[in-house]
Ligand binder design. Sequence first.
Ligand SMILES: Cc1ncc(C[n+]2csc(CCOP(=O)(O)OP(=O)(O)O)c2C)c(N)n1
Ligand SMILES: [Mg+2]
Length: 284
Amino acid sequence: MVTMEDYPDIETEWCPGCGNFGILKAIRKALVSVGKAPHEVLIVSGIGQAGKLPHYMKCNTFNGLHGRTLPLATGSKAANHDLTVLTVGGDGDTYGEGGNHLIHAIRRNPNITAIVHDNQIYGLTKGQASPTSELGMKTKVQTHGVVNTPLSPLSLAVSLDCSFVARGYAGNIEHLAGILEEAIKHRGFALVDILQPCVTFNKLNTFKWYAERVYRLDEEGYVPDDRIKAFERSLEWGDRIPIGIFYKKEKPTFEDGFGTLGEGTLISRPKDQTLVEELIDSFM
Ligand SMILES: Cc1ncc(C[n+]2csc(CCOP(=O)(O)OP(=O)(O)O)c2C)c(N)n1
Ligand SMILES: [Mg+2]
C-alpha cells in the first residue's frame, strides 16, 4: 500500500509561506490516494519556481527547458504509457513560453495531468508580469501597470474541448488534492490551473485576496458536463472566482491513436540498432 511516507519531505528553496507548499502537499496526497508508488510516476517540469517542484519529490523526474514541459511529457508518455505522467509549470512556463505547446497538447489529448502554479507573475526572475497578471498591476518592469489583456487559461482550454479542465486553490489543500486525484484518474489531457499566491513578488493576489473571492463549484450543485456552461463559469473572475472541475469529457487519447502501443510500451520492445542506421543512411 502506498502511504505518505513513500513521498517524504525534501528540503526546498521556496520562500517561507509560498503557495507552492500547498501544491506540493496536494500532489503527494493525490498520488497516495490513487495508489501510485514513486517508481510508477514521472513528473516533468520546465524552468521557474514551479519548475523546481520535481526536485522536492521522490519519483522519476525530467527537468527540461522553459516552456517545453508538455512536449517532453507527451513524448515520455508515448515511450512508456504505463507511467503516470504529471507536468508542473508556472503560468509563464505554461501560458507564455509554452503557450503554443499547450494548444497542441490539448488537441492531442495525451493521458497526462498538467498542473499549473498560477501565481500571476514570473517568480523565479523576480517579478515581471506574466500572461495571467491583472490589467494595471504594477511591477518593477511594468512600472505604469500591465497593459496586455490577461489570458483566461480555462476559457482557452474549454474552447479547445480539453478533456478535463479544473481550477484549484493552493490555500485549500484538501479540495485541491481531490481535484488532482480526479485529474490523474481521468483518461486524457487534464489541465489543473492552481491559484498560487506568490508572497514575495505578487502583493496584489495574496492569500487574503483569493480567500475573499474563491467559491466551490461543487457546493453550488454544478455538474461539469456542459461545455457552454463551463465556458461561462471560466469567464467568471472578480468578486467571485470559481474553483473545482469545470469540464470533463471522455474522448480518445493520443496513445489510443497508435495501435502498436496496444502490444506493450515502446521501451519494453527489443531494440534493433540496424533499423536506426538504415534510416540515417537513407538521408545520405
Ligand atoms: C526560453 C526562456 N525564456 C526565458 C527564460 C528566463 N526565465 C526563467 S524562469 C522565467 C519565468 C518563470 O515564471 P513562471 O513560469 O510563472 O514560474 P514561477 O517562477 O512564477 O513559478 C523566465 C522568464 C528562460 N529560462 N528560457
Ligand atoms: Mg509564475
